[in-house]
Design a protein around this ligand. Structure first.
Ligand code: PMP
Length: 399
């Protein structure tokens, strides 16, 4: 007889569990700083006007249908997504195999499967410590082992470059190294261009394979070009990187699951072979990607006016986040004499405050402010109406 009696409940997801606690809280002051999704200055989700416009255009299209997508997604979307990441020049100069993916997570999952099947080096993925909490599980699911390299310096609350270089230097040659392209989650700490240069050198020396996770292109600095610089720099240096792109944050298409997986190959022949094997991997996992979200993203990327509008909206989102970051720093310093320079030095959607698990629990229980127990806050959850209350509460628990 079939029985599932041996199945024990899985531990709740740390972030989604917090969201449930937030929803159940009836206090009017409650604030959710745990979920990494953009909110406007009224605390509301924002549908980008460029996305709205692209939606309208799609719906007006007489030829629209609900046929299957090709296994690797719509060609135009994939070509434009890849060009956004690498830039037109590198796209012309390299042989890039690519496929539309189920957002960033799906791209990483395809990468993991690919590496498990075809990577001939050391099948161990080095992840930054700390990293996005889903990374280890994604690679384990494909049968790969993961290890960590030092990344965050708890003393300076900045990059532990020395530790990182040492760990990458001691990894077995031809290992797999996952790098966050920009706006590192959860720390908000990105290497400078000089530091990237040193990282590149060690990786070059040991011939490690790099998997770039770029979930926040345009979110760090407001510029898709600047944020993609590390990826392009590695490719210019001759690396055959793999790349996971997501349009969840930068287009606000979270639930539409729009992303792209790509990998640099050495020849057209190799690209063709790799793409045909990618199709086989995808066919068995989910057959083909969904349509509507990638049509929206594809419409924006293909239309120069809409694309220009989207770039402005990206600046608006990253600008609002940055302004909240500065205000939080200033409030803590001027009103509460707490000097937290890391809050203003970090970049992207998150700040890694340095608050401990006990502080975070107290913030939820006594102040109705929800953040992950590692002290990470989503800056996008701050706005003109709640920032002072948040600063006051942080100061109250931190002192
Ligand atoms: N990588 C990182 C570093 C992330 O922060 C996220 C989103 N939290 C993802 C990948 C994947 O997001 P999605 O699958 O929604 O694109």
């Amino acid at each position: 007889r079939v029985s599932w009696a041996h199945v024990r409940p899985a531990p709740p997801d740390p972030i989604l569990g917090l969201n449930e606690a937030y929803l159940a809280d009836t206090d009017k002051r409650k604030i959710n700083l745990s979920v990494g999704a953009y909110r406007d200055n009224q605390g509301q989700p924002w549908v980008l006007p460029s996305v709205r416009r692209a939606e309208e255009l799609r719906l007006q299209n007489e030829d629209r249908h609900h046929e299957y997508n090709p296994i690797t997604g719509k060609n135009d979307f994939v070509r434009n997504a890849v060009a956004l990441a690498y830039g037109e020049d590198l796209c012309a100069a390299r042989h890039i195999a690519a496929a539309q993916s189920l957002s960033g997570t799906g791209a990483l999952r395809v990468a993991a499967e690919w590496l498990h099947l075809y990577f001939k080096g050391n099948p161990v993925v080095y992840l930054p410590q700390p990293t996005w909490s889903n990374h280890p599980a994604i690679f384990h699911k494909a049968g790969l082992q993961t290890r960590t390299y030092r990344y965050f310096d708890t003393r300076t609350k900045g990059l532990d470059l020395k530790g990182m270089l040492e760990d990458l230097d001691h990894a077995e040659p031809m290992s797999i190294v996952l790098l966050h392209a920009c706006a590192h989650n959860p720390t908000g700490v990105d290497p400078s261009r000089d530091e990237w240069g040193e990282i590149l050198e060690v990786i070059n020396h040991w011939q490690h394979l790099v998997v770039f996770d770029m979930a926040y292109q345009g979110f760090a600095t407001g510029s898709v070009e600047r944020d993609a610089w590390p990826v392009r720099e590695f490719v210019r240096a001759g690396h055959q990187v793999m790349l996971a792109q997501s349009f969840a944050k930068n287009m606000g298409l979270y639930g539409q699951r729009v992303g792209c997986f790509s990998m640099i190959c050495q020849s057209e022949e190799e690209r063709g072979a790799c793409e045909s094997q990618l199709k086989k991997i995808i066919r068995a996992m989910y057959s083909s990607p969904p349509g509507f979200g990638s049509e929206i993203a594809g419409t924006i990327l293909a239309d120069s006016n809409l694309k220009a509008q989207w770039f402005k909206e990206l600046e608006e989102m990253s600008g609002r986040i940055n302004s909240m970051r500065m205000q939080l720093y200033t409030l803590l310093k001027d009103k509460h004499h707490l000097d937290w320079p890391h809050v203003k030095q970090q970049i992207g959607m998150f700040a890694y405050t340095g608050l401990g698990a006990g502080h975070c629990q107290k913030l939820a229980a006594d102040y109705h402010i929800y953040l992950t127990l590692d002290g990470r806050i989503s800056i996008a959850g701050l706005n003109d109406s709640n920032i002072e209350y948040v600063a006051d509460s942080f100061a109250a628990v931190a002192k």
